[in-house]
Design a protein around this ligand. Structure first.
Ligand code: UD1
Ligand code: UDP
Length: 377
C-alpha cells in the first residue's frame, strides 16, 4: 500500500523525515514523498541531512508569497500527483499552509488523510496566524489523527473527532536520534567561530504575527539584555523571509555580542541548542526541542498551543513587550535557582518512538483485508 507523505516547510520536514525513514523500512508500505517547496533552501537543508529524495517536488516557492498563492498551487499540484500515484493515504503534518492545502487537495481526490501532530490548539484563530486555523481545518478533513499528547487527543474529542485518534508523542523528539552527538563539529562556518564556553542565548523569531512592531520590540529586548549582561552572547540564525531579515539586520547588525547568521541545517541547530544556556524563540518546534535537551525556553508570543512545556516548567510565555522579555531573560541569567527549576523539568513531548508508532498503526489499519480507509472511494 502506498503512503504519500506531503510537506513543504522546514519544521514539517524536520518532523516528517523521521517518519518517512520509518515508513521506508515498514513491511507492506511503499513510502512516497511529495514536497511542495513552500520553502526552498530551508527545506532542502533538511532533506539533505536525512538523505531523503522526494519522488515529487511541486517547487512552488515565490519571494514574499501569499497564503492564497501557496494554497492554490498546492491544491492543484497535489491533485495531479495523486492522479499519478494513487496513494492509499496522504500524510500531512501540523499547521502550515502546505499542510492544510495538501489535506484539502487529498480530500478533493477522495483520498484518506492522516494528520501528524494533530490536536494542538490556542482557540484564537489569529494566533498563531494562520497556523491555528490551518490545524483546525486539517483536523476536520483528516481520517487519522496522530496526537503528540493526551491533551491534544482530548482537544480533538471536544470537537467531536473521536475516531482513529492515537496518542503517539511528537516525531520531533525522534529526530534527535539523527542529529545530536558528543564531539559534533559544526558545518556552518559562522557557527564554528562562536565560543560556546561563553553563556549563549539561542534566538529565533520569524512568525507572521510578530512581523513589524513585535519583532522590533524583541530586538530591543536583545539589545537591553546585552547591555545589562556584557558576558552574554546571542546566536540568531535569521529566517530567510525578507520581512524578517530587514527588521533584524536593521536593529541588530554589527553588535559585538550578537551573531546574526544564516539558517542552520537541523544538525547544526540541534547541536547549537545543546550547547546554549537557554533559548528565546517564537518557533513552535523549538518549544518542544529545548525541553528535551534540558534548556529553558522563553516563548516570544502572547500565547502558545504547546502549554505542556509551560506546565512542566521548562517554558515560559513572555510575550513580545521589550520590558517583560528583558526581565525574564535577566532572571534566568542572574538567578541560578530560577534557571535550575526550568532546566530540570521533564520533557512532555515523547520518548523518541512516535514515528515507529505511527508506521505500525498505518500498517495495521491498511493491511490486506481491512477496509478502514476513511474515504469515499
Ligand atoms: C512558514 C509557515 C509557518 C512556519 C514557518 C517555518 C505558513 C503560512 N507558514 O512561514 O507556519 O512556522 O514556515 O519556518 O505555512 N523564504 C526563502 N527561502 C526559504 C524559505 C522562505 O527565501 O527557504 C522566504 C520567501 O521569500 C518566502 C518567505 O520567506 O516567500 C516566507 O515564507 P512562507 O513559507 O510563506 O512563510 P514563513 O514565515 O516561512
Ligand atoms: N531550525 C533549524 N535551523 C534554524 C532554525 C530552526 O534547523 O536556523 C529548526 C528548529 O530546530 C526546529 C524547526 O527548525 O526543529 C523550527 O522551525 P521554524 O521555527 O521555522 O518553524 P515552527 O516550528 O515555528 O513552525
Amino acid at each position: 500500500m502506498k503512503v504519500l507523505s506531503v510537506f513543504g516547510t522546514r519544521p514539517e520536514a524536520i518532523k516528517m523525515c523521521p517518519l518517512v525513514l520509518e515508513l521506508q523500512k515498514t513491511e507492506g508500505i511503499e513510502s512516497i514523498v511529495c514536497v511542495t517547496g513552500q520553502h526552498r533552501q530551508m527545506l532542502d537543508q533538511v532533506l539533505d541531512v536525512f538523505g531523503i529524495h522526494p519522488e515529487y517536488d511541486l517547487n512552488i516557492m515565490k519571494a514574499r508569497q501569499t497564503l492564497a498563492s501557496i494554497t492554490t498551487a498546492v491544491v492543484e499540484g497535489l491533485g495531479e500527483v495523486i492522479d499519478q500515484c494513487h496513494p492509499a493515504i496522504v500524510l500531512v503534518h501540523g499547521d502550515t499552509t502546505t499542510s492544510f492545502a495538501a489535506a484539502l487537495g487529498a480530500f478533493y481526490k477522495q483520498t484518506a488523510v492522516g494528520h501528524v501532530e494533530a490536536g494542538l490548539r490556542t482557540y484564537n484563530k489569529y494566533s498563531p496566524y494562520p497556523e491555528e486555523m490551518n490545524r483546525v481545518l486539517t483536523g476536520r478533513i483528516a481520517d487519522f489523527h496522530f496526537a503528540p499528547t493526551i491533551r491534544n487527543k482530548e482537544a480533538l474529542e471536544r470537537e467531536g473527532i473521536c475516531k482513529n485518534v492515537y496518542v503517539t508523542g511528537n516525531t520531533v523528539i525522534d529526530a534527535f536520534a539523527t542529529t545530536v552527538r558528543d564531539g559534533y563539529e559544526f558545518r556552518d562556518e559562522a557557527l564554528r567561530q562562536v565560543d560556546f564556553s561563553r553563556r549563549t542565548i539561542l534566538l529565533t523569531a520569524h512568525r507572521r504575527e510578530n512581523l513589524g512592531r513585535p519583532l522590533e520590540q524583541i530586538c530591543d529586548a536583545v539589545l537591553e539584555i546585552c547591555k545589562q549582561t556584557p558576558d552574554v552572547q546571542f546566536v540568531y540564525p535569521v529566517h530567510l523571509n525578507p520581512a524578517v531579515r530587514e527588521t533584524v539586520f536593521a536593529k541588530l547588525a554589527d553588535h559585538p555580542q550578537i551573531h546574526l547568521i544564516d539558517p542552520l541545517d537541523v544538525q547544526d541547530m540541534h547541536n547549537a541548542m545543546a550547547r546554549s544556556f537557554f533559548v528565546m524563540t517564537d518557533s513552535g518546534g523549538m518549544q518542544e526541542e529545548a525541553p528535551h535537551l534540558g534548556k529553558p525556553v522563553l516563548v516570544l508570543r502572547t500565547e502558545t498551543e504547546r502549554p505542556e512545556a509551560v506546565e512542566a516548567g521548562t517554558a515560559k510565555v513572555v510575550g513580545v513587550e521589550t520590558n517583560e522579555i528583558t526581565e525574564q531573560a535577566l532572571k534566568l541569567l542572574n538567578c541560578p535557582e530560577s534557571y535550575r527549576e526550568m532546566a530540570t523539568a521533564k520533557n512532555p513531548y515523547g520518548d523518541g518512538n512516535a514515528s515507529r508508532r505511527i508506521a505500525a498503526i498505518l500498517r495495521e489499519e491498511f493491511s490486506e483485508g481491512k477496509s478502514n480507509k476513511g474515504c469515499a472511494q
